[in-house]
Design a protein around this ligand. Sequence first.
Ligand code: HEC
Ligand code: HEC
Length: 186
Amino acid sequence: MIKEISAAVTLILTLTFCSGIVVAEDLAEAILTPYRQKEIVPVENKQYKDECGSCHFAYQPGLLPTKSWEKLLTAEALKKHFGENAELDADTLKVIHDYAIANAADKSYHKRSRKISVATENMEAPLRVTEVRYIKRKHHEIPEKMIKGNKDVKSLSYCDACHTQANKGVFDEDTVKIPNYPNWDD
Ligand code: HEC
Ligand code: HEC
């Protein structure tokens, strides 16, 4: 939706000013900025939340681009989902697949999703959020002992171990608490 609006605004501006697509794109950005949202859209679909939140945190669709969800959410792929069987019946799979695709990072104007969308544009579809350059960069200064060596975290994949409001789609620094390391940011 936002993409279509953005394209429409760009087109109108190009026609109005005849000043080339680049300038028009910048103007479209500026005009649309107030409509941008912070963070990430929380999961609103109950089936997604239940089925995809039973083994781990229910990753918001806005954490990965469309091309990733297309690979992850097929009947075949779910049978061998990171070494687990996460099979779904065909009807449930369709609901979850369509929900994820409709809310993927590249369809969202929320801040984190935009960053993820840009970071994954020119790469093969990542199957993990933790493979996305933007997400890696945000965590590269955290010592391994606080992640892998931390019995209450184990891996960066468990976002909600540290991000206390991950379920609300909020990942900002102020809401981070690393278990067993209350003063991680000293
Ligand atoms: C049977 C348990 C199970 C179910 C159900 C399940 N997953 Fe997973 N998922 C896993 C495991 C195990 C991993 C790998 C975690 C690790 O590397 O520590 C994983 C990893 C992921 C990752 C990559 C996380 C990262 O960045 O490292 C995504 C994305 C994901 N799952 C999405 C989903 C979605 C969407 C669904 C619902 C269709 C789902 N999962 C259902 C077990 C499950
Ligand atoms: C070991 C704890 C831990 C885990 C697990 C973790 N994070 Fe973080 N994350 C942090 C910390 C600490 C920061 C702040 C880093 C800094 O600014 O120094 C951060 C920062 C971020 C930021 C940037 C926030 C900002 O204000 O710029 C995002 C986005 C984010 N994490 C998303 C995720 C996602 C998505 C996952 C799961 C795939 C995840 N994180 C897993 C600890 C964690």
